[in-house]
Design a protein around this ligand. Sequence first.
Ligand code: NAD
Length: 301
Amino acid sequence: MVNDATLFIGLGNMGRPMAGNIARSGQRLFVYDADPQATEAVAKELHVHGPADLEAVAQDVGTVILMLPTSRIVETVLRGEDGLFRKLKRGTLIIDMGSSEPESTIALAGEATESDLVYVDAPVSGGVPKAISGELAIMVGGEPAAAERAKGLLDLMGKTVVRVGPAGTGHAAKALNNLLSATNLAAAAEILSVAKSVGINPAIMIEVINGSTSRSQASEFKYPKHILNATYDSGFSMDLMLKDMRIARSLIESSSLRAPIVLSAETLARHARETLDSPAPDHTELARYYEITNKTSFSGE
Ligand code: NAD
């Protein structure tokens, strides 16, 4: 067990169950969200303290975990007059577990070092179900000693914890993984549309794919659990998926390498977001976009 108390910031779809796994280990925990109702609800549920502001506990913790939507928000929480860089005690470990931009992470890790703090990026894969079961795949960027120090806590939330390399490489690996994952989903949706048009029931086609060489996480989990039943309720928003795809696009463009398939999936997903009528679509609605544009329903067969 990690002796120092941990402060968990960002109690949304992922943060809430992740904080729950830390609390259940007996680790001393504080939880905080910009939404005071979320802070209160999670603190009550986990029987831990939910401070009204970060300053109240900043000096009492040895580790801070961030599970926030974007790098801009991470920067706001850490930098500036009211930012945590100025409030935490020396030696505090900061772990950014959200899917942030590698460039921003590298800059923040440098600033943390200048303030005698330790910084690690440790984004996750596996979505809400693995966050609940504590079986996330965690990819770590940072100095080896810092990654080792983070491991005790990360093991409470993840099944695999892999150090990728220096600061920012965890976030780079996460964005590239999600670009591939979204490309798999788009490709499956295209094949399902065509299958439907030649008279194959989508549920049967998914069964065929899952017994064959083209199966993927999209065909094995997303279709059966969130698409064929038209619930579109994975808990991972399309906007967050698009953020990951955009980060991966900029990594590809800065490498000057050719990657036409995954880049066209990013363009397509942006178009899908503009086309879909829901105000905050789930990422699995990428399949619904094909149902709309190809006029083929995958569900209700
Ligand atoms: P979410 O939108 O459900 O939750 C984000 C939480 O952060 C919200 O409760 C929000 O109120 C809080 N927040 C926003 N600004 C804040 C601030 N300044 N201070 C404190 N709290 C603040 O998002 P999520 O789905 O839990 O995702 C969180 C991160 O994890 C994102 O970076 C996302 O890309 C990544 N991620 C999500 C999934 C998924 O399946 N949902 C999977 C892997 C990675």
